[in-house]
Ligand binder design. Structure first.
Ligand SMILES: Nc1nc2c(c(=O)[nH]1)N[C@H]1C(S)=C(S)[C@@H](COP(=O)(O)O)O[C@H]1N2
Ligand SMILES: [Mo]
Length: 553
């Protein structure tokens, strides 16, 4: 039915010409028009795939985004040498840039196909077919994806792209009319003139592009309606045993309120987010369960409701990313509610030969840390709550690991689905073959929040303030140094726990000129931060955070 004599790519079975169409019509189309038609068609294909993917999400419960899936695949494979456990640390821009890049590559390939397809009629079909297959394969590779949804979205995209290209080339070749309505003639209808052809072609190309934009936007909106968000809003967290530190939060005198200083508890909306997922795992807690297996006496599987029914604790823990540079912001403190890992492991009965605890997520990410970290008395939780709410989806809903004193990439599996007890030799978690250290305790660190670098302050009393952390150990002392002066102790906020950062404040009597301010912390083992600097790879940055300020009237 598409074959209204307007679509040179679909061919004319009755034509004696080898390429099955009036080749002269197509070859006479200016190169840039063919490129434009190809790019627009590819754009439409991507947009239709996103739209259909969003629609299938409404039906099957799991939205499909081919662009997202291709991006995830890229991050996992080709992105390997570029990647660090801070994917998304470019101020949150690396993922949007990846999406833009994928779309740009699609448009570029489409343009090439548009230019090249006049010689080979089957090229467009092959190209769109191959792109569709690749997109479907990537989408099926996303754990929990609906295979049918992926196939329908990819197929719909590929078909519409292929069809749009043929139609636009037909218009550009001077053939008339709308694709669906012209069914009469298999021969080109005479056009009124080249100007008309040009206007028609550009007009319809623009229209197709506009339809694509609308479909893409609609598709994105549909994908935004996630099962996890809906389920999360109806989760009621049970009461938990609260540690004394948690009950002091918000009490008078507990917290410094210097403007610009980080609060003791990082609000969920401000908490940093690091993971390899371009598409957030959309977990329905009703279908979810956690398995503990491997070197255990009795493998156990626990549903979300069973987990919620277990005795819970609330703990204040500072979580840090190994990719946090000195003075960086990939660190935050939250009240985590969950079930102690030790309780769950006791149910399963860890065998004495187990060395490594591997935490695997629904999206195939893995961490690994020493089994002792789960049993040596430190805070180690399967967490379901963050600052009094169910875990936000971006932070691991419905459940994640939180282990005090270990960097996130070796410990903090979000969207947790399996805990496997194994040996060190048997398994390398996600970041290990990518060059990061196997064991990664969080380094004792301190940061200056105010004044900011390069700022100008007035002479006289100026508050210098920040935070310092040494999770699982605790901060003992923070010292500040101006220029080459002595290290002077800062005042510290009450520790909410040994796992939580402490605020520090020191009032400086600022004198006119350009000054350098440094900070260093000492933890409760007596270890004082060395000057460094050491880079973030392979096991965390080290060094004194330094800020330069001008003092002037
Ligand atoms: N499933 C999954 N969990 C993950 C990661 C990931 O890529 N995928 N990244 C880890 C890293 S590197 C860090 S620093 C923490 C960050 O947790 P947040 O995003 O809640 O701050 O999550 C960890 N858990
Ligand atoms: Mo990280």
């Amino acid at each position: 039915m598409f074959n209204g004599g307007v679509n040179p790519l679909f061919g004319d079975p009755t034509s004696p010409e080898t390429d099955g169409t009036s080749a002269s019509d197509v070859t006479s189309i200016p190169r840039r028009w063919r490129a434009l038609a190809g790019a627009v068609a590819a754009g439409l294909a991507v947009a239709v795939a996103e739209f259909v993917g969003g629609l299938t999400g409404l039906v099957t419960g799991t939205g499909v985004t081919l662009v997202g899936a291709v991006g995830d695949w890229f991050i996992d494979t080709i992105g390997r040498p570029l990647a660090a456990p801070a994917i998304d640390s470019l101020g949150g821009w690396s993922k949007p840039l990846l999406v833009v890049g994928i779309v740009a590559v699609c448009l570029g390939l489409g343009a090439l196909v548009g230019v090249a397809s006049h010689r080979r009629r089957h090229l467009a079909a092959l190209a769109f077919g191959a792109a569709g297959l690749a997109g479907a394969a990537a989408a099926i590779g996303v754990e929990g994806a609906s295979v049918a949804g992926a196939v329908v979205a990819a197929g719909g995209g590929a078909l519409s792209g292929w069809w749009a290209l043929g139609w636009l080339l037909g218009l550009a070749g001077g053939r008339s009319a709308l694709p669906m309505t012209t069914t009469r003639s298999l021969t080109a209808e005479p056009m009124t003139g080249p100007g008309t052809t040009r206007r028609r072609f550009l007009g319809f190309a623009g229209l197709t592009a506009a339809v694509g934009v609308v479909a893409a936007v609609a598709g994105r909106a549909l994908q935004g309606s996630s099962v996890a968000e809906t389920a999360r809003s109806s989760v009621r967290l049970p009461a938990a045993t609260t540690t004394p530190g948690v009950s002091r939060i918000g009490a008078a005198g507990t917290e410094f309120t210097t403007p610009g200083l980080s609060p003791l508890i990082t609000p969920n909306a401000d908490f940093y987010r690091i993971d390899t997922a371009l598409v957030l795992p959309d977990v329905n807690p009703t279908d979810w369960s956690l398995t503990i297996d491997g070197m255990v006496d009795r493998p156990v599987t626990i549903t979300f409701d069973e987990l919620l029914a277990m005795p819970m604790v609330e703990e204040v823990v500072t979580l840090a990313c190994v990719s946090n540079p000195v003075g960086g912001s990939l660190v935050g403190t939250a009240v985590w509610q969950g079930v102690p890992l030790a309780t769950l492991l006791a149910q399963a009965g860890v065998q004495p030969t187990a060395q490594q605890l591997v935490g695997r997520s629904v999206d195939g990410f893995t961490v690994g840390f020493p089994v002792e970290a789960a049993t040596d008395g430190r805070v180690a939780l399967v967490a379901v709550g963050m600052n009094g709410e169910p875990l936000p989806v971006r932070n691991g809903f419905p459940a994640r690991l939180v282990v005090a004193g270990l960097y996130g990439y070796v410990s903090a599996t979000k969207w947790l689905r399996q805990i496997e007890l194994t040996t060190w030799d048997a398994f390398d978690p996600y970041w290990i073959p990518r060059g990061w250290a196997r064991e990664a305790p969080v380094r004792t660190q301190s940061r200056i929040d105010v004044p900011t670098n390069g700022s100008t302050v007035r002479p006289g009393p100026v508050p210098i303030a920040g935070v310092a952390w040494a999770p699982d150990t605790g901060i003992e002392r923070v010292e500040v140094r101006v220029d080459d002066g002595p290290w002077v102790p800062a005042e510290l906020s009450e520790p909410l726990s040994n796992d939580a950062w402490r605020q520090w404040v020191w009032t400086w009597d600022a004198t006119a000129g350009l000054h350098t301010i440094r900070v260093r912390a000492t933890d409760r083992t007596g270890f004082t931060q060395p000057e460094g600097p050491r880079p973030v790879a392979p096991d965390g940055a080290e060094g004194w955070h330094t800020r330069r300020v001008t003092v002037a009237d």
